[in-house]
Design a protein. Sequence first.
Length: 349
Amino acid sequence: MTRFIDVHSLVRLVDETGVPQFLTALADALRDDFMRWREFDKKARVASHSHLGVIELMPVADDGAYAFKYVNGHPHNTAVGLPTVMAFGVLAEVDTGYPVLLSELTLTTALRTAATSAMAAKALARPDSRSLALIGNGSQSEFQALAFHALLGIEEVRVYDIDPHATDKLVRHLSACTPLEIVRARSVAEAVRGADIVTTVTAYQGRATVLTPDMIEPGMHINAVGGDSPGKTELHPGVLGKARVFVEYEPQTRVEGEIQQVAADFPVSELWRVLLGEVPGRESSAQVTLFDSVGFALEDYTALRYIQRIATERGIGRQIALVPELDDPKDLFGLTASGRRRAVLRRAA
């Protein structure tokens, strides 16, 4: 049988754990898996683009487990009452191919994205960072703020969105659940001025210039999250020239990330090499670092493994017959009505 984690089960897991604690544990698991980078069979995600958005499949595997995520990105969905991003995923045994977990990944994607952002920032941002500018106050914004508060000790969050209702929602949620000082900014420039860390997590499906070179200050760490498909960016190309750039999986980020705007030989470092100490991260307190995060399948693998473990420990979710349980593994036809009748006839004869 396959464990099934629907939205209600995932919410129960998160609520029982606590959002900050869930993010912290997930970030630790992500770091562990990034440090096993060479053990994984990796490939860029498979994307199907339309004029309204994108639908993607994201596979990855090691010797023990295979995972994939189905995910979309349709920024206009909110106008018809649907989330911009919706996802589900599967975790299977490599030895048999048997699916052991089928899980929602819409809420989980927001959690793993925030945990990845904070995990990367711990390696790249200045250790004394205490202020975060959060540009884009939609579905992922609360998770980003909570992750940076829990993992880096961020004390102040400056928030801005072109939609004031999104900012109202973010301020309402954060005011109710954290001791963070929340500052509403009147513009991107006002939000990022003097910020130690800047996170951009916008949904515009096109070439945006959320950050421009004149906004970048010495010592900043930039966490660019929203640009994650061909033709979709958030940063002016000049920002890249002012920063040391880090990525998840370079072949994918060259196509989908902020670095799609620059030459193919523009220098970047993969984050796992920093975590293993193979390349340096931040080299000085004045250096500008940039994590060009597009989301990579390994992060979903980690999230699915983590969900499977804690759901099994707590008995959350339910077992479903996603694949047949057969007395004779060669007799699939026997599940059908015709097959059952033939079996009765054989016994009667």
